[in-house]
Design a protein around this ligand. Structure first.
Ligand SMILES: C[S@@+](CC[C@H](N)C(=O)[O-])C[C@H]1O[C@@H](n2cnc3c(N)ncnc32)[C@H](O)[C@@H]1O
Length: 250
């Protein structure tokens, strides 16, 4: 059965091309035809989700010509498209992800916006996204490289050991005064960390589908590593019910 499905897919790709590598030109930006994030299948919703997050960021730190932006777990470059669409000033945007197909798509369709858009495949073990790589890989960037580090829906798929490792890395990579923006499932009066809690938001779909943290435990991970919490917006991303933490490197 699996072989027949593979064969059908092969014939389809031969006739119509592999949808994974295609794009839709929408409002002057390239959006992925095949979306890893199926909840954002409408082009306007997809673009608007990035615009909303970028506007919330700008209330805390302005984009400017000198700004170096790291998008950790960038997926198919959703936020890079928002930056391009809004014509925000910046010096460099670096998107990294453990999922090679997503990075390949970004290299094909977003890198063409210009040399300031860089993408890097960084294999790292994640039970949901990449089981072939080593765990807890140090990031290949110099200390104090970035003014802004952005993670949307990445810590929501990581256990405590991982988020502690990456927050140590972000503390190393972030310049003093830099802004960290992270979303996650964060609630009060719950255990410190639970993978796929039952009766929370909706049915669970596989490993690390939804990792939920207790609020004071989660925020302590930031303050323990030299970040000052600037804003906590409970379930601020209404679509996914993830909360938003914005923190400054002191
Ligand atoms: C739900 S998607 C979000 C994608 C993107 N941030 C967005 O907002 O559209 C989570 C992404 O995190 C990436 N990811 C998970 N663990 C990672 C790790 N250790 N290193 C790099 N990327 C990781 C996944 O491959 C996936 O692309």
């Amino acid at each position: 059965m699996a072989n027949i499905q593979k064969l059908i897919r092969k014939v389809k790709y031969k006739l119509f091309g592999n949808p994974y590598y295609k794009r839709e030109l929408y409002q002057g930006v390239n959006l992925p035809s095949f979306r890893e994030n199926q909840g954002l299948s409408e082009n306007q919703d997809y673009l608007q989700s990035a615009i909303d997050q970028l506007q919330a960021i700008q209330e805390h730190k302005a984009f400017e010509d000198t700004l170096s932006f790291l998008d950790f777990g960038c997926g198919q470059g959703r936020i890079a498209n928002g930056i391009k669409y809004l014509k925000l000033p910046f010096h460099s945007y670096t998107g990294v992800d453990t999922h090679e197909l997503s990075i390949n798509w970004c290299k094909k369709w977003i890198s063409i916006y210009g040399p300031a858009y860089k993408f890097l495949h960084l294999p790292a073990y994640n039970e949901r996204y990449n089981k072939q790589a080593e765990k807890l890989q140090k990031l290949p960037f110099e200390d104090n490289s970035f003014d802004m580090i952005f993670l949307n829906s990445v810590f929501s798929h990581m256990i405590t050991e991982d988020i502690q490792f990456y927050l140590d890395e972000f503390s190393r990579l972030m310049k003093t005064g830099g802004l960290l923006y992270i979303t996650g499932f964060v609630e009060e009066n719950v255990p410190e960390m639970v993978e796929n809690p039952t009766d929370y938001i909706s049915e669970n779909h596989g490993a690390l589908f939804r990792v939920r943290y207790e609020k004071s435990f989660f925020l302590k991970q930031f303050t323990d590593r030299g970040f000052t919490i600037k804003d906590f917006d409970h379930q601020g991303i209404t679509r996914t019910k993830q909360s938003v933490v914005m923190a400054i490197k002191s």
